[in-house]
Design a protein around this ligand. Sequence first.
Ligand code: IPD
Ligand code: CA
Ligand code: CA
Length: 292
Amino acid sequence: MTSEQPFRPSVISPEHPLHPALTAAVELARSAGRLLLAHLERSARGLNYKRSASDIVTEADVLSEELILSGLKARGLEYSVVAEESAAEAIDLQQEAVWLVDPLDGTTNFASGLPFFSVSIALWLEGKPAVGVVHDVVRNQTYWALAGCGAWLDDGRRLHVSQQATLSRSVIGTGFPFDRLSNRDNNLAEFAYLAPRLRGIRRHGSAALDQALVAAGRLDAFWEAKLMPWDWGAGVLLVKEAGGRVTDYKGAEWSGRARGLVVSNGLIHDELLEAIHTARREAGLDEGHVAV
Ligand code: IPD
Ligand code: CA
Ligand code: CA
């Protein structure tokens, strides 16, 4: 493993009160990424099942989480933590300060040796995202955002959402929930309705990275239901700071309480919501409320 490179973004003043949290999140996400890469070739080893046959965890998920949490502690940034592999049942986002950590987003890809997975670290203050970092491990690209200061790639390329204004010309990402075998509300109705109506639909397998790709204008939108706070803690801030729109399925601004997330460039948002509603209505599902 190479030694840690300090992250000193020229676009954020070192005096900014969140500078230590931002630099910690970027540096630790990159370190965790190097750890994951070192484990990639033996990734299927030490694999365990969680809530279903499609919900897995590897040794690397746990080691990555340990690296991030001990790194935050070592830097004295010991706010409350909600990290996927050690999270309690009850999650309170309204706390003064809470880290939301996904140590490996895209475990299924990772365990199969597929090169699309990420590390996501966010800091939320009193129910609002303040710092968001998504590190694309294989491409070694770090997407980051600071509330009110924009969204950026690596050391200073400003991110903007795409300009695509027509749904049928859009390339959109999505994903399917862990309970897709046992629950009819599993996104297949929305997928079947939208797939023929878009330029492209993608199921990449890392929700955090998909949101970063929307922020970068590489995807025009992304939607998924039943994600957890560590899946969207950073991504929603990236999209907002890149000029996009972030809502639930009803079109209400994202607060973290709803189960269905829609992020987009803003221009196609209403059209996408309408399509999701139509698909759900035709399938006999509640338009705006996802059944858990
Ligand atoms: C999963 C990925 C996947 C999404 C799932 C998530 P994990 O996270 O983000 O793309 O469809 O809903 O649970 O388990 O790999 O961290
Ligand atoms: Ca995840
Ligand atoms: Ca994970």
